[in-house]
Design a protein around this ligand. Sequence first.
Ligand SMILES: Nc1nc2c(ncn2[C@@H]2O[C@H](COP(=O)(O)OP(=O)(O)OP(=O)(O)O)[C@@H](O)[C@H]2O)c(=O)[nH]1
Ligand SMILES: [Mg+2]
Length: 410
Amino acid sequence: MNSEIIYVIQPIESENYKVLHEEAVSLIGSAGAEYAGTIYQKIREIDPATYIGEGKLMELKERLEGLDVTVLFNGDLSPSQTLNISKALDDRKVIDRTTLILDIFALRAESSEGKIQVELAQLRYIYPRLKGKGGALSRLGGGIGTRGPGETQLETDRRHIKNRIRYLEERLKETEKRRFLQTERRKKERVRTIALVGYTNTGKSTLLNRLTGADVLVKDALFATLDPTSRGFTIENVPFLLVDTVGFLQDLPHHLIEAFKSTLESALNCDLALIVCDGSGEYDMQLQTTLTTLNDLGFSSPYLVVMNKCDLVQNREAFPKDAVCISAANGLGLEDLKRHIFEALKDEFVRACLFIPYEKMAQYSAIRPYLTEQNVTYTDDGAEIKAIIPAIYAEKFSSFYRHRDHRQDP
Ligand SMILES: Nc1nc2c(ncn2[C@@H]2O[C@H](COP(=O)(O)OP(=O)(O)OP(=O)(O)O)[C@@H](O)[C@H]2O)c(=O)[nH]1
Ligand SMILES: [Mg+2]
């Protein structure tokens, strides 16, 4: 556990600064560090050398005197700004929002692919920050910004880091190839995939557990989930695959999205996405951030907006129209959600009533795995079967149709 104590410098540039600050405090907790306090700083013009300007920097130095704390600048610093601020504060350790987020990702990465992706993001971020700075890394000391799979490399020189980046890129390509093959196999099996996406800490993993009976880690922390996890579940006995993904955050570091792009893309190559928002929180901002990030990733599948944590919500009037209200924690609204999922995918399925004469049972048995039987009634000369059939297989059953329709209600 990291016992680093962190003091936040919160720039006041936009109206959004309060939410950004709250998130910084959560991020600090999620990194296992301790939050010590905040200095709010109005910024009229960004100083290219120090971001906040020489004068403010001197004020800051006085306020931090005698405190053994790391400074978190809750924004993005350029490499030279980081070094200049650190120098002005008597070589104090200075990190920015990206470094903190990368650190949490390093703590959470479990799969080998996730570890490679985080290390790559860390090295790519740190690489330009080492320019001409032999001692820059030792200045970082231990703790946040130096953790993770890249730890040992961080003490070596830029050339070494460059080689390491190249090596990791190669390994990542191999794992991507493997995953591509898996996705292809999944497509062939035609199990519909539903991806859970959305802002961090909105309850995606809780919903996955609820719907599939899985036991994925649920935590009141940012970025509890890193690696996509998938589990099967059924609606009206029709099998689906549900994929959990890493949460988004405002100003998520570009490096991180780049590094995770391939895993995310594979999850987002889904038949339907559920965009999960915290209905008791800043859901508008969460939805906007998610849609923007998805857009950047070239996402184009249909989606449903799901307002979670409705057990905490009194007034739902301001929710986006068409949003499905649920509480993953207590199961409220889940049947409604399942209906919406089916409705959204209705073009993918055909509901039909089949009649199978007994002498054709063997022929039917051969193609039976393609459909899901809902109800079977035996008559004198055959079986009457109500079924849901994936649209692409509908023709296989053409000789057995009594009638078929696309209606949702049987
Ligand atoms: N009150 C309430 N709390 C919930 C609900 N669903 C989830 N939570 C809580 O919200 C927190 C985050 O839940 P997770 O399922 O880990 O959220 P997540 O979206 O997977 O988060 P990341 O993986 O970090 O992106 C946990 O403390 C949950 O117990 C809900 O319906 N109501
Ligand atoms: Mg999660």
